[in-house]
Design a protein around this ligand. Structure first.
Ligand SMILES: [Zn+2]
Length: 267
């Protein structure tokens, strides 16, 4: 079967194990069914930006030049929520969009991917955010009314736990055992005083996520379609936003968002 379109973040469904769907615009391909099969990506060297423009060169998150420097979706506060300004009614790039995005309930969470980490997401992104990070377990830490407050809490907590995932470690190993509840209670002490009211002292269920992965590769090598414009491999597993191949090659689909490809597999 042959398909073509621009790659998007892989769509997931939180079943046990997680179900993954490659979204190519017109076609939705269930990736779990392709485990054990040979798939092929042919990159056309064109990238479709979020605005619809087809370009050759992109910036962080695969935005075109104009979008990267003008859209609120590409502003620094996306990566650093503590820089958000909408709660002060101050515009960074587009106050209407920023209010709509930032003045919504956000969750500060603890998750175990390559190790224990702290993170921030919109409430509606749970559990998608954890699946995308390859977290095998997670607990909600605090629920706040806007993104700025989530960032403020995260800034303090990341003095004590990482806010990053090591992708190599996450793809080569099952997540380590971590007592999330114990950490949650321990980290409460480090919350800024004026945010302690948002601590979720009664929401203590630990979410477990199971990925379609039977055995882990010994070493992993990241494949970028820019360098491998015609890539074929046999799918071994899927974790986070990564397709893992039998030889240890891995492709992070999210980092190829917008790449226009032809996709095929041998059934
Ligand atoms: Zn654009």
């Amino acid at each position: 079967m042959q398909y073509s379109g621009d790659l998007k973040k892989i769509t997931t469904q939180n079943t046990k194990p997680v179900k993954y769907y490659l979204d190519l615009g017109d076609d939705f391909i269930e990736l779990n069914n392709l485990i054990g099969k040979q798939i092929n990506f042919k990159y056309t060297k064109k990238i479709k930006c979020f605005c619809g423009k087809i370009v050759d060169k992109v910036y962080r998150q695969n935005f075109c030049y104009e979008c990267f420097y003008s859209l609120p979706q590409a502003s620094e506060s996306i990566m650093k929520p503590e820089l958000c300004k909408a709660h002060l009614n101050e515009e960074v790039r587009d106050i209407e969009w920023e209010k709509e995005f930032e003045l919504k309930p956000h969750i500060v969470y603890l998750a175990v991917s390559s190790g224990l980490k702290v993170g921030v997401t919109r409430k509606t992104q749970i559990p998608t955010r954890w699946i995308d990070q390859g977290a095998e377990s997670a607990i909600e830490f605090a629920e706040v009314p806007n993104r700025y407050l989530a960032g403020k809490i995260e800034v303090e907590l990341k003095q004590h736990v990482s806010d990053k995932t090591s992708w190599q470690k996450m793809l080569k190993n099952p997540a380590p055992e971590v007592d999330l509840l114990e950490w949650k209670n321990k980290l409460y002490d480090f919350m800024p005083e004026d945010t302690k009211q948002y601590f979720l002292k009664d929401r203590n269920n630990v979410h477990e996520i199971e990925f379609p992965i039977d055995s882990y590769p010994e070493k992993v090598k990241s494949i970028k379609l820019d360098k491998h414009i015609d890539y074929s491999g046999k799918v071994k597993a899927i974790k986070g936003q990564y397709i893992i191949f039998e030889n240890g090659d891995v492709i992070n689909i999210r980092s190829h968002e917008g790449y226009i490809v032809e996709f095929s597999f041998k059934s």
